[in-house]
Design a protein around this ligand. Sequence first.
Ligand SMILES: Nc1ncnc2c1ncn2[C@@H]1O[C@H](COP(=O)(O)OP(=O)(O)OP(=O)(O)O)[C@@H](O)[C@H]1O
Length: 604
Amino acid sequence: MNRMRSPSALAGLLLVLVTLVFAVIGPWLWGEEAARFDPLHILEGHSPEHLLGTDDGGRDLLARTLAATRQSVWLAVLATLITTALGIPLGALPSVLGPRTARFASGLIDSLVAFPVLLLAMFAALIAGTGARGAVVGIGVAAAPGLARLTRTLAGTVASSDYVAAARVLGASRAAVLVRHILPNIAEPLILTVTANLGYALLGLATLSLLGLGVQPPDYDWGRLLHDTLPRVYVDPEAVAGPALAVAVAGIGFTLLGESLARAAAREPSATSAPSASRGESRTELPPECGPLPGTPEAVLEVRDLSVSFGGATPVRGISFSVAPGETVGIVGESGSGKSLTALAIGGLVPRPGEVSGRVLLGGRPLEELSRRELGTRLAMVFQDPMAALNPALRVGSQLAEVATAHLGASRGQAWRRAVDRLGRVRLPDPAGDARRHPHEFSGGMRQRAVIAMGLMGEPELVVADEPTTALDVTVQKRVLELLAEVNETTGAAGLLISHDLAVVSRYCRRVLVMYAGRIVEELPSERLRHARHPYTRALVASSPDLSTDRSLPLATIPGLQPTPDEVPGGCAFAPRCGRVLERCRTDRPEPEDGLACWNPEDA
Ligand SMILES: Nc1ncnc2c1ncn2[C@@H]1O[C@H](COP(=O)(O)OP(=O)(O)OP(=O)(O)O)[C@@H](O)[C@H]1O
């Protein structure tokens, strides 16, 4: 808030305070004098008795200007309330509506913004009727598209955050997502913008009154005084100067204050960016720990020919795999191979304009047949960055409790008790106290535990964890991964663990899917990783050091780069980087056979 000590902020604050003081005391101190007719002194210029002169009723213009403060500010407040009531819902709705309706709402905002503000104000004012009401409605309506556009941008950013995705996957209704997750997180910049809007409303109302569309006699505001005195501007300029100065002082004051507050409150961008690869960390390959043997029938998750496209690019290209009850499967691959999009597609969370094709069956039922409520209780998702996955404006306990009230029909008390119980299960030190805290009061590890606890609020059959420990330090990583393994073991839920880290995957998963350029190139038991047959898997393992790696030799790397989704070559996508490439690899795409998609695999 140091920026609130800037000269412009202090000037804004001072001008607003002066305006508000005059709004309170103005009619009280000068109201009587402002209304007193004096036929002997009509239309006089400056004099010691009347510093700004008099009007056509002989009334003192200085007293009228001061007394008009309350009416002028009040009308600006009313206009701003109308702007807020129209602009914020209109701007926020596209973030929760379906794609078509959202496009329509966005198009409406864009066309209204393109309309000249003054024309829109006059149009609305004429429809609402002349006088104060018309002016207030006119200015209120005319400023709404601008506020809607800002709201749309802010809400769009929050709507694409992990905690909104988490709320959606947990089945929160559109209204709940909007009211509990989006609006509280954009409230601050909106309140500041609304403050600045008060200044614009004052100026706008004065303009309408000046044009004769505003307050009508015997009422008066600064705009009306300007309208009445303007014809005398060359004869008695001081008569016009009073109301003009008042409009300028108050308008500039509110605008400066609002903009300074907005600048002061501007936050650093949150750390939600994708983490970098972590292949250089400790690599002690330990025996696998969890899950039944692969191939168990009645898969909890069955993915068939899944593709995800964005325009001309297809980052996930027809992958198929399944996860059996109680099994934990790992997905590995270089950054950009399509791991996260696969997880998002499983949760029905691929962002627009992404298009998903193929089938995802959860517990044997297609994803699209499951209601949000069912999906929310049967599937838990743990995202990369726990801070981004929790709504910063809500207490952790409230976020967890929301799942139980939304899905299980629990009362608020029951839901809260369940939340405290789940926080205890993930071993937070003081579950009851921690439930009352906000996410920023938690350490990174505690936040990720809270996210896991949120997944446990339902009865998940599958826990999808996408790089759940990348944002955490190494010691906390291990504890969180062990907690996830324990959750799978105690609840019987299956797991899908996405990671860059081969050691993590081989430690916690029985089976591994290796992704390259949007396809699964090899599927194998994790203990077979060192004897993988696909040259890419071999190269991945070779470039992941472990305790047996000879430190005197340079670390092996995979030459070249993975192709971007819009330039995947024909044939095998790995061919340009492969040491075992054949002519055929460049032309024919190998389809997976017995878990291997390669024309020239290594010996087993
Ligand atoms: N919203 C999007 N719009 C367009 N392309 C996208 C979008 N999200 C992801 N992609 C592209 O899809 C590809 C796969 O992305 P994805 O996030 O699934 O990779 P990843 O394997 O999870 O990588 P990382 O390990 O770095 O998270 C990338 O090339 C990425 O640029």
